[in-house]
Design a protein around this ligand. Structure first.
Ligand SMILES: Cc1ncc(COP(=O)(O)O)c(C=O)c1O
Length: 388
């Protein structure tokens, strides 16, 4: 295997799912189902294996961003309900029906066009209606016009309307605004019911919603980040104990001692001020390790933090190895993300250093970094090394 890889401990994922289930039950939400958000290759963790494990541990369905993500999971043999959260071009709706994938209708024009396309081939799609309550992204308005459109969509023979959902924009930072989104959405769902539109799956909660607004766990919840053991922000409540389970590792390719005045990497932005041991690691920004961490990031070697020296290259980066760290040589394992002994580099730490969020760091880990799936210490599968 390439000496730059990610280890995924599926046992921990399953534990996270069980904790979420437990939390729902404790909050009187026994009937709420869990749709595991496995879009973007399960936030970089490997969608096929993560989806299968999540379902085994108690998730009821899967959510992805676009149709092809769902079709890949079907090809790999996953037969659980799958919902596409984003927009599906109308001419692809028939493919969704053929693979029993649920679509999201984002506007009346979209719904009509999907129905027209399906009418041509005599098919009927399961759909959920996206309702705009404050995200400003996709969906029909949460007002009288929206209600009329929802009724219209419900009357189209080609659309089997099973659900409606909204998405929170600030559930991790603004309680009042999120409460208002919940209020609007509940009212909208109630009004729909009064108009005879009966939906079995009304849903709103992402991870921050689940953690801080359990009352808004309606028929379904859509946790993403928390499945992967990470809390959306410092402020979000730790009401469900989840743990991360992705470790990114590599091995030292070369170690040498440079003299005072020697420069390291492109631009010579690091100049040794004394004799310094420098280790070269075959991991770079093309693997998803942020170039912005040049001269700033840290990597664990034998459980010790070692600073990156100079610029992160496309395929390699260099580390300063402290003089008292013995036994470091070519082949020694390093940890770019995750725990080694007492030390841990967290995804939050990398995200903060890059002024971004954990989602971006996880999804940035490139496909050319092989994934090794484990159950505790036992390796159960490996992804292909290269996906071209
Ligand atoms: C519609 C929708 N629901 C749920 C999620 C999961 O969000 P999170 O990863 O914050 O739990 C996302 C992710 O962006 C989303 O777009």
């Amino acid at each position: 295997m390439r000496p730059n890889w990610v280890e995924i401990n599926l046992q921990e994922l399953e534990q996270n799912i069980r904790q979420i289930r437990r939390y729902l039950d404790l909050h009187g939400k026994r009937r709420s189902t869990i749709s595991a958000v496995v879009k973007a290759d399960a936030y970089g963790h490997g969608a096929e294996m993560v989806a299968a494990s999540a379902l085994r541990a108690g998730a009821d369905s899967l959510s992805v961003a676009f149709l092809e993500e769902a079709l890949v999971l079907r090809e790999r043999g996953l037969d659980a309900p799958i919902m596409v959260l984003g927009w599906t071009p109308p001419d692809m709706a028939a493919a969704a029906v053929d693979s029993d994938v649920t679509l999201t209708i984002v506007s009346p024009e979209h719904g009509r066009a999907v129905a027209r396309e399906l009418g041509k081939c005599g098919r009927r799609a399961r759909v959920h209606l996206k309702v705009e309550t404050g995200m400003g992204r996709l969906g029909i308005p949460c007002d009288q016009r929206g209600l009329r459109w929802a009724e219209e969509m419900n009357c189209l023979d080609e659309l089997q309307m099973e659900g409606a959902f909204t998405h929170f924009s600030v559930a991790d930072e603004d309680v009042a605004f999120t409460r208002e989104q919940i209020r609007r959405f509940r009212r909208f769902a109630r009004d729909l019911k009064r108009r005879g539109v009966n939906l079995s799956a009304v849903h709103a909660c992402n991870s921050a919603g689940v953690l801080d607004f359990p009352e808004a766990a309606l028929d379904v919840i859509r946790p993403g980040l928390m499945l992967y053991g990470v809390y959306p922000t410092e402020q979000t409540s730790r009401s469900v104990p989840v743990r991360p389970f992705l470790t990114w590792k590599s091995r030292i390719a070369q170690i040498k001692t440079v003299a005072p005045g020697d420069g390291i990497s492109y631009g010579r932005t690091f100049i040794a001020d004394a004799a310094t041991r420098i280790a070269t690691v075959p991991c770079g920004y093309a693997d998803g390790y942020p170039r912005g961490l040049s001269n700033r990031g840290e990597v664990l070697v034998q459980g010790r933090r070692c600073r990156i020296a100079g610029r992160v290259c496309m395929d390699q980066l260099m580390l300063v190895i402290p003089p008292d760290l013995d036994g470091v040589e070519a082949g020694t394992e390093v940890t770019l993300l995750g725990r080694d002994g007492e030390e841990e580099i967290t995804v939050e730490e990398l995200a903060e250093a890059m002024n971004t969020i954990a989602h971006e760091i996880f999804t940035g880990i490139a496909k050319r970094v092989p994934r090794e799936f484990r159950r505790g210490e036992r390796v159960i599968a490996r992804s292909e090394v290269l996906h071209f």
